[in-house]
Design a protein around this ligand. Sequence first.
Ligand code: NAP
Ligand code: MG
Length: 398
Amino acid sequence: MSKIQMKTPLVEMDGDEMTRVVWKQIKDIVILPFVDLKTEYFDLGLPNRDATGDQVTIDSANRTKELGVAVKCATITPNAQRMTEYNLHKMWKSPNGTIRAMLDGTVFRAPILVKGIDPFVTCWKKPITIARHAYGDVYRNSELRVDGPATAELVVNYPDGRTEKKTIFEFDGPGIIQGMHNTDKSIAAFARSCFMYAIDIKQSLWFATKDTISKTYDHRFKDIFQEIYDAEFKSKFEELGIEYFYTLIDDAVARIMRSEGGIVWACKNYDGDVMSDMLASACGSLAMMTSVLVSPDGVYEYEAAHGTVTRHYYKYLKGEATSTNPMATLFAWTGALRKRAELDELPELADFADRLEKASIDTIESGTITGDLKNLIDVPQKNVVNTEDFLKAIAARL
Ligand code: NAP
Ligand code: MG
């Protein structure tokens, strides 16, 4: 059998622990036998990030900007315990954070739906994709406790000496205050990533804020989305028969619970934080959740939503059998290959990505599963296997 050819390489960002093991298994078992795989390899495993002073993360993000599509393995974000475990020179920043900042991107997350693992919300028939604005608001706030009667003010000092002031509250006793910000630039990048992604997967985009209460702050989000939609994306949306729909956040939540899914739901930072946990738990598990970072200029980085599955890795190191679910990481690969196929006009490669996803879903629906799905899935017969055998079952179907 001749292998499927590629043109432009993918940026391949390797990672840590159990997912690093699974990464290689996926390549060896379900990709390399079928595709003449082209990648530019960057080792984002913690030892190499430490050895390169984290330069490898920056290099991989820069190369992603040039080539357009990356696939990333889960990586450790160091904490105090990792400092000793890996004898690190420094507590390196989260690679995801570094890459996201460099690409100015938005993260889109959606569950992988299979028959037998039905969402708790029974009307959800198609995946709901959540796009979380990953900048500002309460995550970059300044907070103060007020310890007695006081006047709290908002003050803005411009470089030309102009000053704007507004009273927040006249305290007659102790209390709390908080200042938050966002920037037009970040909101616009968020909006563009959302419109582009909705066009990409041909689904309607919903966006919601609380602009009836927050008449300046949240209203600015609403206005920027609308201006960008009208100027840059409206005709493409109409052509595809999809819609951009703005509503209030509480109305959006109510509508989502009654919808059949198949929507991209753009959320402000806090809403996205809360709602993505709701979506993940309503749909089963993080191991069945895909994640892609999309930059406003059309650069894509595909990854899994879960971490490096440390607990499984420690068992694996002791030689114990592990059954780590490779689906989210596998879908990162298929997502990246399909996007590469689209950009390079390689229908065979796109078809391969589709067939690989279908083979993996069929494998689960037939009852051959990894351990994490054992108590989640409802199928007549369950055959719990290790990661390697699960991937071999997929390859056999392919
Ligand atoms: P985690 O790796 O997502 O794992 C938490 C638990 O969820 C696992 O112990 C396992 O449960 C279950 N799980 C997650 N993925 C699974 C899979 N594919 N198959 C089967 N079970 C799965 O989260 P964590 O343990 O909090 O974090 C571990 C490391 O990952 C940390 O160093 C963190 O910095 C990093 N991290 C990286 C990313 C990223 O790069 N995108 C994201 C999050 C965390 P059981 O043990 O009960 O089987
Ligand atoms: Mg959260």
